[in-house]
Write a protein that binds this ligand. Structure first.
Ligand code: AKB
Length: 316
């Protein structure tokens, strides 16, 4: 893992993962790639940046050749809420994007490809509590369908071509650096911004909606630890459940009220409620714990304290 390409580097996870990888490895050899969103100053000043359209194989191939890439973190994706507004776009970016990255990986014999999946692979028929790693995968969103496809394709390329593809099923990710772009779990990020800015938030899911969530430092740790794991220990490849915490929207608001007592949260569920209701409440991540030592650091209280500290400085 010497020359690394990060697609979706301007997104919520990509923007922080790129900076972390640049600290860990030679920053000039960690190439950030974006498409629609404007790259931040931090992304531009810490290493190379390229425009890549993952729906075009040539666009990925050009950068892989130019920088002699051996590892790709493929984060470019359309999330669940935007995916339900524009299923055709989600299909193109997510399924074609995964396929193109895997094909480039096969052609250039890349050392490793990391493609995050999501709890969106599960659906209404999946057990909701402590959802096992191996279970029913019948999602009802286009995003979920693309993520199941991505997992299956990744496993296929591993067994068929020996391409080392790995991935975790992320829960909702909460972070203070870059806003997420159109997910169902975005309320769990917006609520902190609004609590600081206006002391009020109107949440788009019901107060009793419980979903699995994770704080960004743990998400970055999960990706890098899995990428570096000894392959001989891996029984799974592209479909590891990873858990950290589960809470209801009401419990999240309550954790913020411990720091901002006047904070008021209202609940006005919209079309995203149905998506949230189709996902698990908590997940069993024992395979990740056993096969590559997964262990999260943050719970709800620790995350809320850190989020509020960071955002109060940023939004001053
Ligand atoms: C979304 O809400 O779409 C994402 C996810 C759970 O994958 N955050």
């Amino acid at each position: 893992m010497e020359n690394i390409l990060v697609t979706g580097a301007t997104g919520q996870i990509g923007s922080e993962l790129t900076v972390e990888l640049r600290k860990k490895y030679d920053s000039e050899k960690v190439i950030a790639a974006g498409h629609k969103r404007k790259p931040s100053e931090k992304l531009l000043s810490t290493g190379p940046f390229e425009y890549v359209d993952v729906t075009q194989k040539d666009s990925i191939e050009k950068v892989v050749r130019e920088y002699n890439i051996d590892t790709i973190y493929h984060l470019a994706a359309i999330l669940s809420a935007v995916g339900e507004q524009n299923p055709q776009l989600a299909f193109n970016v997510n399924i074609l994007g995964d396929y193109n990255v895997l094909e480039v990986g096969r052609k250039y014999k890349l050392e490793r490809i990391i493609i995050p999946s999501s709890i969106a692979v599960f659906g209404p028929e999946t057990p909701k509590d402590n959802t096992p790693n191996e279970t029913v995968l019948r999602p009802t969103t286009m995003y979920g369908i693309t993520k199941v496809t991505g997992e299956l394709l990744g496993n296929y390329y591993f067994y068929k071509y020996g391409l080392d593809v790995r991935g975790v099923r992320f829960p909702g990710i909460i972070s203070s650096e870059t806003l997420p772009g159109g997910g169902t779990t975005d309320y769990a990020v917006e609520i902190y911004y609004e609590a600081i800015k206006h002391k009020r938030y109107t949440c788009f899911v019901r107060e009793d909606t419980v979903l699995p969530m994770m704080y960004m430092p743990d998400a970055i740790k999960a990706l890098i630890t899995l990428a570096e794991a000894d392959i001989s220990r891996l029984k799974h490849h592209c479909d590891f459940n990873v858990g950290a915490m589960s809470f209801s929207a009401g419990e999240l608001a309550e954790s913020i009220r411990k720091h901002i007592p006047e904070f008021v949260c209202e609940y006005k569920p919209d079309y995203r409620q149905k998506i949230a209701d189709s996902w698990p409440r908590s997940i069993d991540d024992s395979a990740a714990r056993e096969e590559w030592g997964w262990k999260p650091d943050y719970d709800l209280e620790a995350m809320t304290e850190d989020m509020l500290n960071k955002l109060s400085k940023k939004l001053k």
